[in-house]
Design a protein around this ligand. Structure first.
Ligand SMILES: [Zn+2]
Length: 281
């Protein structure tokens, strides 16, 4: 499988959190979306530079100003590219191990298969610290009283092998985890498949009929505890894959953007995982 990297001999794709092939694909997608857009006589900034700048922001969490400085493009040009790429990929879903995108139908199919084979499904949430919002109302909404910081919630649904099945990001820290999960786009599918889900105590309290006990529910060890501990570790791994994109913790963004950006990250991260898996075969 020959890879031609669009960013040339000084390729920094791995440092941007993607492979050369995914980078080339992004450049192509962006160009296709832009089409023959007029530039009012000015030369157009190379898409390779734009995508490098955008991915720098995603991967390292640096500000638009810094990324623009490094890639030597205008701050507002880069900001536009950032918004456009996010809009382009915002509705993408994670890529499954077989390369299928986790649309609602695919997710339902997956969950039903998992139920048949007795595979565990995990639901876990994490708070990602964010800078203190400037607006007073946002400060109230984003303050997480449980973790004593401003953060927002990311809910991740994984298989027992740590495969990311669905993510839901952007709920302000004040909202309890289970409440955020209950407003996610995938929870209806989980309920429809009637899959038992491994979660922590907080989730279980809200809808006990759908959930099985996680570790920490019993004072004495129970059969199956070890397996649940192992699968929870796998979920942690999936979570850290997402957190590898530092934009989650640094940028001052509106919550709707957090939601979209989580989708973009999950898409890119799982696309990369799929590509690596295929390369092994
Ligand atoms: Zn490359």
């Amino acid at each position: 499988m020959l890879t031609t990297c669009t960013s040339g001999p000084n390729c920094i794709c791995p440092e941007l959190g993607v492979s050369c092939r995914i980078f080339a694909w992004l450049v192509n997608e962006y160009d296709t979306m832009l089409g023959e857009k007029h530039t009012r006589g000015r030369p157009r900034v190379p898409t390779v530079s734009l995508m490098t700048g955008v991915l720098l922001m995603f991967k390292t969490g640096m500000t638009t100003r810094m990324a623009a400085g490094i890639t030597k493009i205008g701050k507002s040009t880069l900001n536009t590219a950032f918004t456009q790429l996010t809009l382009l990929l915002r509705n993408r879903r994670p890529i499954a191990q077989d390369g299928a995108e986790m649309t609602d139908e695919n997710l339902l199919k997956y969950l039903r298969e998992m139920l048949e084979t007795g595979e565990l499904l995990l639901l876990d949430g994490t708070g990602t610290e964010c800078p203190r919002p400037t607006k007073w109302l946002d400060q109230l909404m984003f303050y997480d009283y449980k973790h004593h910081m401003h953060d927002y919630q990311t809910i991740v649904l994984t298989s027992e092998f740590g495969e990311i099945l669905a993510v839901h990001g952007g709920w302000p820290g004040k909202i309890p985890e289970w409440d955020a999960a209950w407003h996610s786009q995938f929870i209806e599918i989980v309920k429809e498949a009637y899959t038992k889900v491994v979660t922590d105590r907080g989730f279980r309290a809200s809808h006990p009929e759908n959930f099985i006990a996680a570790k920490g529910q019993h004072s004495t060890p129970q059969p199956g505890d070890a397996e649940i501990t192992r699968t929870r570790a796998e979920n942690e791994r999936a979570m850290s894959t997402l957190k590898n994109f530092k934009i989650m913790e640094r940028t001052r963004l509106a919550w709707m953007k957090h939601h979209y950006i989580t989708n973009v990250i999950a898409f890119l991260a799982t696309l990369k995982q799929f590509e690596q898996r295929v390369a092994w075969l």
